[in-house]
Structure formats: C-alpha cells, structure tokens
Design a protein around this ligand. Structure first.
Ligand SMILES: Cc1cc2nc3c(=O)[nH]c(=O)nc-3n(C[C@H](O)[C@H](O)[C@H](O)COP(=O)(O)OP(=O)(O)OC[C@H]3O[C@@H](n4cnc5c(N)ncnc54)[C@H](O)[C@@H]3O)c2cc1C
Length: 372
C-alpha cells in the first residue's frame, strides 16, 4: 500500500506542475496517472504561453496569466538544471493577426478594455501592416495588421511535461502511471484512493485529471462541469526561420517546423481530425505566411480541450472533504508556472493567491427560484 502526503490524480500539465511545486517544497508527492488511453490535452496542444486577450469577462484571469508568464523563465531554468533538457521557452512577445481594418478596431477596443481593467499592467500595441512586417518580414499582404503584447511567448509542451516529471522525481516525488483512479473516499483523517489492484493512502488529494475530473470530483464533494472541445493542429517539415515570434495560430518550433492551429469543435469525445478543418487551418496559415505554400505537412492531430462552461479555470478546495482540491483549466502551458509556484503553496496550506478567488464552481450555480 502506497502512502503519501499528497496524491495528485492526473499527470498532465496541470497535475505535474502542481506536483512539482509541492515536491520542491519538500512534500511527499505521488502522481497517479491513467496513461496513454486517456484524453490528454497536455500532449496535443499548441504550446503558447499566452496572455493577450485573456480575461475580458474576468480580468483577474489576465492578472493570473501575467503572473504565470512572469514566473515562466524561472521555471524553465529550474527544469533545465534538473533534467538537462530545455523546454524551449521564449518570450519574444506575440502577435494576433487581423485581416481587416474593422477586425483591428474591434481588437484594439477589447485590449484597451483589458488594459484598463488591469490598471494598465496588461500592455499592448496595435501594429499596421508595415510595422508588422518589421517583425515578420514575410507576412502576407492579406494581413491588415496585428495586436502585439510583450507578455506572450511559447514553449515546447512535451519537453515541459518531461521536465516536470523529471523535477517531481528529482525532489523525491513518485510518478505512477498505468492505472485509472476509480474511487476516492475518506477514511479517518486520510483519503483512500483506489486503482485496479492498488490502494493509496494520502493526507490530501488533488484532482488534476483533466476531463477525468468530471467523474472524480463528486466523490469528494466537488463539481467539475467540464466539456471536451476539440482543436486540430498541423505541423510542417522543418523550414528556414520564418517567425521569430509566435502568433495565435502559427508558431515556429525550436527545431524549425511550423505549427498551425487551431479549431474549436464541439464533437464530444472524438479526438480525431477532419480534412475540411485541416484545410481551413492550412489556408489561413498560407494567407498569413505565403512562404508556407508547398511546405510539406508531416503530422496532424486532434486533441480535446478541458473546458468549463465559461472557459475559465476551476480551483477549489472541498468543504465537505477537507484536504481535497480540484484544479482544471484550459491553459495548462501558460499557467504551468503559476500552478507550480503559486497554486501549490495554497494546496499545501498557504493563503490562496488573490487572482484565483473567482474560479470556483459556484459561479455556474443557477438560482432555483425566480426573485419576486
Ligand atoms: C488543440 C489544443 C491546443 C491548446 N493550446 C494551448 C496553448 O497554446 N497554450 C496553453 O496554455 N494551453 C493550450 N491548450 C490547453 C492545455 O493543453 C490544457 O490546459 C492542459 O493540457 C490541461 O492539462 P490537464 O493536466 O488538466 O489535462 P490532461 O492533459 O488531459 O491530463 C489529464 C491527465 O489525467 C489522467 N487521468 C484522467 N482521468 C484519470 C483517472 N481517473 N485516474 C488517473 N489519471 C487520470 C490522464 O491520463 C491525463 O494524463 C490546448 C489544448 C488543446 C486541446
């Protein structure tokens, strides 16, 4: 029987970042991961560390994303020191491309609102075509301009995952793949977590199982109203340097391939691909960067986002089962640094970060009676 201070259910980016933060502070951590048959957003995402445009409805989310972005370089450095592998984190700023004057005006108004709501902390600039060409010399003629923010960057999400797993082990934590957690219950002061042929006793449990949280959360008095949302991505062969900074839908990896994303599809748990969707993504990419025409696509895939009804994260401590926590979000790359360095201390007993106050499931409660 395994025993630990913290059992983290789910070894994707969210669970691994939290586990790394806890292990680094000296806690005995065990990560329990279902493995390769589960839906894993962490292995199929686009790799942006992205701030611009986020938090328009809940500006604290912009602050939370900025906090994470500003902790990212430290996280990348730590993981390099531990694993010897660079997660290829770069923070050259990022651009969101606009294809008409009207789209530029709408974007500017949105980002001005966000800047105002964050007391000017979120900074951005609007670029016309000529200014954008200074940043991306081969930008397509169809692109009217872009919004730019210094907060944005990108990383390799697979190296990030590998680095976090190495970091967990380096700090004495355990990573135990290959078994779905089926049941969690309280027994005295601890939690008993059941996987096939195995029981784990833990003082605290963190549910970070992505879409798997839907079934686990109610077992410890929590609620995870998550839905899958599919995104499809294409990756090209390696090409000469074309993009020195990422855009919302295009980025060049450390190896030189171009990632083209992404779609937002409501297709249930189908994580496959559809040719018309891939064609749309490729066409959009070629209109942004005509040099891509004729470049070979070497791989395509679909992956399922872990989406709440409003797209914002869920961070919650259980009232009925003290010691149980829920963490899920749709920006596990961007927020990895905040999860490791600011969320983990809260789970270990510190005050919660101010920015996460709105992100409990109560925001989805609908009044059951109509006020008179
Ligand atoms: C197409 C696409 C593009 C994206 N682009 C970006 C981006 O550019 N930047 C960004 O920040 N984010 C991006 N995301 C979002 C990001 O990938 C997710 O926020 C993040 O991966 C969520 O991580 P997670 O650990 O919560 O979930 P997952 O990656 O789904 O991991 C959950 C883990 O829990 C395990 N599990 C599930 N159920 C159980 C169980 N019962 N018992 C044990 N283990 C279990 C699974 O095996 C899995 O390993 C993108 C997502 C998609 C799909």
């Amino acid at each position: 029987m395994l025993q630990c201070d913290f059992a983290i259910v789910g070894g994707g980016l969210v669970g691994s970042a939290i586990a790394y933060g806890l292990a680094k502070s000296g806690h005995r951590v065990t990560v329990l991961d279902e493995g390769d048959i589960a839906y894993r957003a962490s292995r199929g995402n686009f790799g942006l560390v992205w701030v611009q445009g986020k938090g328009q409805e809940i500006p604290l989310y912009s602050n939370w994303s900025m906090s994470s972005a500003s902790h990212w370089a430290t996280l990348a450095e730590e993981l390099l020191g531990i694993s010897g592998v660079s997660v290829q984190h770069h923070n050259p700023g990022g651009v969101h491309l606009c294809y008409s004057e009207e789209a530029l005006r709408v974007r500017q108004a949105e980002l001005e609102g966000l800047s105002h709501a964050t007391q000017g902390r979120f900074e951005f600039a609007m670029l016309d075509h000529e200014q954008l060409r200074d940043l991306i010399p081969e930008i397509g003629e169809q692109v009217t301009g872009a919004s730019w923010s210094r907060w944005d960057g990108h990383a390799n999400p697979l190296y990030l995952l590998r680095g976090l797993h190495a970091g967990i082990r380096h700090h004495g934590g355990r990573f135990v793949p290959g078994g779905k957690v089926q049941q969690i219950r309280r027994e005295g002061q601890s939690f008993v977590i059941e996987r096939p042929h195995e029981r784990i006793h833990a003082s605290r449990v963190v549910l970070a199982a992505g879409l798997g949280n839907r079934d686990l959360a109610p077992q410890v008095g929590l609620c995870a109203p998550l839905v899958p949302n599919r995104g499809e991505i294409l990756v090209t062969e390696r090409v000469r340097p074309l993009l020195k900074l990422p855009t919302t839908y295009l980025r060049q990896t450390g190896e030189g391939s171009i990632l083209m994303g992404d779609s937002h599809e409501d297709v249930g748990f189908n994580d496959g691909t559809k040719t018309p969707v891939l064609a749309m993504i490729a066409q959009r990419a070629v209109s942004a960067l005509p040099a891509l025409k004729g470049t070979r696509v070497v791989r395509t895939w679909g992956a399922l986002r872990v989406m709440t009804p409003d797209g914002y994260p869920l961070y919650q401590a259980s009232q009925t089962h003290p010691g149980a926590f829920l963490a899920c979000c749709h920006s596990g790359v961007t927020l990895a640094a905040a999860h490791a360095q600011r969320l983990a201390p809260w789970i270990a007993g510190a005050e919660p970060p101010d920015e996460i106050a709105p992100f409990t499931a109560e925001r989805f409660d609908v009044p059951t009676s109509i006020p008179a």
